[in-house]
Design a protein around this ligand. Structure first.
Ligand code: AMP
Ligand code: ZN
Length: 501
């Protein structure tokens, strides 16, 4: 498995620190609002990577924090006349709900910044003791120049940073490049006691402390969106390594940004989309499928058109799966191509088994190459097409039937590895036959039972019988009766079935 490491700027062979185990940290949300679909893209990308690592046999400890104390939360609470805790709790709950709706697995550990203050204080004390940090007016700052490899992660040169830095009129800092580890309390803000007086942690120290506490260092993978490389991750790395004098994280993974209709998503542009609002209109699996069609490091452009294409693609997969299931269930056991009984069955079976094998290989090859989900999805789609054409004349032999079942299983399983769970949503309910079909079968065919599936079978048999006798009135009565209930009858080369209109 090879993955692109931001730190070294190349793809590297993945070697975890401990055989068979992965220690993985993903920066979580700052809970001052509902998350937008850009945040969702990043969280979904790493959910897929985590799932794939698990599929590959690794035991993954996946830590994602919640930043529940921060300037933005404090500002929001003040605007709304609420406490910081109330605001943070509301959006933490909303965040978890919407992650579940999108099918993102819960992290192994979800630490909250406000519950991890002792670990942050310990780290800051270590930095102060080692003269990598200094107190100034109740604040504590990290001294960037005390850490020689500052800038290595983001590929920035410290002198250039210096010349680019605004000459801040901040007398508390010794150097404009320095950043806050601890901020002295202001009236009305949440605060905790510290050796430097009441105050609260800076954002960067939160992640250093929480990742070290739950994963130990060096851990394997540190992840987030591209926009976190600088300064957030640069600063995390500096703080942690300045104190521990060892590597903080081996692999740094960064996801590409989401744009909307090729524009940066921003409130000012008016194209700001919250995940919860998008999920009200589309199936989560469709959004997932759409996002998966771009490799996680590439920028991802969202548009309504692309989303409806993904919805259509998802429906094609589901319809193919229904087709495969239906054909195998309705297998009569007799080859229906009398002129070439064995041959076609043998060739379809062989072709299909080979295609399944190829799909599995391509899926793994693509995913092992820096989690190329686009390639993985393409391989699955090819199997969908192959499965569909393989049953165009029905199921031709028992071995062909088994190959078709395996095709369907492989499609479901591989999509499942990517977190696209089929058959767990309303599309299944939609296929459920209503009780009114029993009523209809009673009326038209003298049915005495109470099972909709049986009733529909009987109705279809009645229609078939009527058509052979050219009794169009009865045949039409069945069609119209089912039509009123919202179903259409589909005649295929292998038989007849009803589907919801
Ligand atoms: P934040 O709450 O702003 O720290 O963001 C949470 C996560 O969402 C971080 O990993 C960000 O990198 C990521 N993120 C923010 N904006 C976007 C975007 N437009 N596209 C993709 N990821 C984003
Ligand atoms: Zn972080």
């Amino acid at each position: 498995m090879r993955l692109y490491n931001t730190l070294t700027r190349r793809k590297e062979e993945f070697k975890p620190r401990e055989l068979g185990k992965v220690a993985f940290y993903l920066c979580g949300p700052t809970v001052y609002n509902h998350i937008h679909i850009g945040n969702a893209r990043t969280f979904l990308s790493f959910d897929v990577i985590r799932r794939y690592l698990e599929f590959s046999g690794y035991e993954v400890t996946y830590v994602q924090n919640v930043t529940d104390v921060d300037d933005k939360i404090i500002k929001r609470a003040a605007e709304e006349g609420r406490t910081v805790t109330e605001v943070a709790e509301e959006y933490t709950t909303a965040f978890i709900e919407v992650m579940h709706a999108l099918g993102v697995k819960d992290p192994t550990i979800r630490p909250k910044a406000t519950e991890e203050i002792p670990a942050m204080l310990a780290l800051i004390e270590c930095l102060v003791a080692g003269e990598n940090a200094y107190e100034s007016g109740g604040d504590v700052y990290f001294s960037v120049r005390s850490f020689p490899s500052y800038g290595k992660l983001s590929g920035r040169d410290i002198e250039q940073l210096q010349s680019g830095a605004r000459v801040e009129i901040d007398e508390r800092k010794r150097d404009p490049l320095d950043f806050a580890l601890w901020k002295a309390a202001k009236p009305g803000e949440p605060s905790w006691p510290s050796p430097w007086g009441e105050g609260r942690p800076g954002w960067h120290i939160e992640c250093s402390a929480m990742s070290e506490r739950y994963l130990g260092t060096p851990f394997d993978i540190h992840a987030g969106g591209d926009d976190l490389v600088f300064p957030h991750h640069e600063n995390e790395r500096a703080q942690s390594e300045a104190c521990s004098h060892t590597t903080f994280a081996h692999y740094w993974l960064h996801g590409g940004m989401l744009t909307i209709d090729r524009e940066k998503m921003a409130k000012s542009v008016g194209n700001f989309l919250l995940l919860k609002d998008v999920l009200e209109k589309v199936r989560p699996q469709a959004l997932r499928l759409l996002m998966l069609q771009t490799q996680y490091r590439s920028p991802f452009d969202y548009s309504v058109e692309r989303l409806s294409e993904a919805t259509a693609a998802l429906e094609r997969v589901e319809s193919a799966l229904r087709n495969l299931a239906w054909t195998t269930e309705n297998y009569a056991g007799v080859p229906i191509a009398p002129n070439e009984p064995g041959e076609r069955a043998v060739s379809w079976t062989g072709d299909l088994l080979a295609r399944i094998e190829r799909t599995r290989e391509q899926f793994v090859l693509a995913m092992d190459d820096d989690f190329n989900t686009a390639g993985a999805v393409a391989a699955i789609f090819e199997l969908v097409t192959a499965g569909n054409s393989s049953v165009s004349d029905g199921v031709l032999s028992e071995s062909h039937r088994l190959a078709v079942i395996e095709t369907a299983d492989t499609i479901i399983k591989l999509l499942g590895v990517l977190g696209v769970m089929l058959g767990v949503d309303d599309s299944e309910d939609a296929e459920e036959l209503p009780l009114e079909t029993v009523e209809l079968a009673r009326e038209l065919a003298g049915y005495h039972g109470d099972i909709p599936a049986e009733a529909v079978d009987l109705l279809l048999a009645l229609r078939r019988e009527a058509r052979t006798h050219k009794d169009w009135a009865t045949a039409d009565a069945v069609r119209d009766g089912l039509g009123t209930l919202g179903f259409v009858i589909e005649d295929t080369s292998t038989g007849t079935r009803v589907v919801r209109r």
